[in-house]
Design a protein around this ligand. Structure first.
Ligand code: FES
Ligand code: FES
Length: 163
């Protein structure tokens, strides 16, 4: 039995410790925001935040996550009440097909959590591992900048769902 803390909530799971976190999120917990893109850590569609760092959940065995805090895109907000970064992506219409967007948001959130006022160069460097086949990168970058401005002006900290 493995205990995983996801979006502030503990889950007891009877799974093989080698199972990738992505499979557990989607297959066991119905947290379907993170997507399966490549399955080998090369695209970022499955990105989540573990202890403040963006990781590709398709290559993280759940057995390595004991006592660690996992945040998924569902933990940033909801359809009814989007988080700051989620709202900024909506406002900038950053999604085309949307497949990459949850991973983009989670990688960007990890950056803003550590540095609420990143430069364009810092944003581009940080987002480099995440791919978008639709080519909406410019709008994604605008969304991150918009969220950064909103966070600085409102000083509104990110909240996990239920907190
Ligand atoms: S699906 Fe995980 S990095 Fe591509
Ligand atoms: S919006 Fe389609 S892959 Fe990025």
């Amino acid at each position: 039995m493995i205990t995983l803390t996801i979006n502030g909530k503990a889950h007891q799971l009877d799974v093989d410790p080698e199972t990738p976190l992505l499979y557990v999120l989607r297959g066991e917990l119905a947290l379907n925001g993170a997507k399966f893109g490549c399955g080998v850590g090369q695209c970022g569609a499955c990105a989540v935040i573990v202890d403040g760092t963006a990781v590709n959940s398709c290559v993280v065995p759940v057995g390595t996550l004991k006592g660690r805090r996992v945040v998924t895109v569902e933990g940033l907000g909801s359809t009814e009440k989007p988080g700051v970064l989620q709202q900024a992506f909506i406002d900038e219409q950053a999604a085309q097909c949307g497949y990459c967007i949850a991973g983009m948001i989670m990688r960007a959130q990890a950056l803003l959590d550590q540095n609420p006022a990143p430069s364009d160069t810092e944003i581009r460097a940080h987002m480099q591992p995440n791919l978008c086949r639709c080519g909406t990168h410019v709008r994604i970058l605008r969304g991150i900048r918009r969220a950064s401005e909103a966070l600085r002006h409102n000083a509104a900290p990110r909240r996990e769902a239920g907190k």
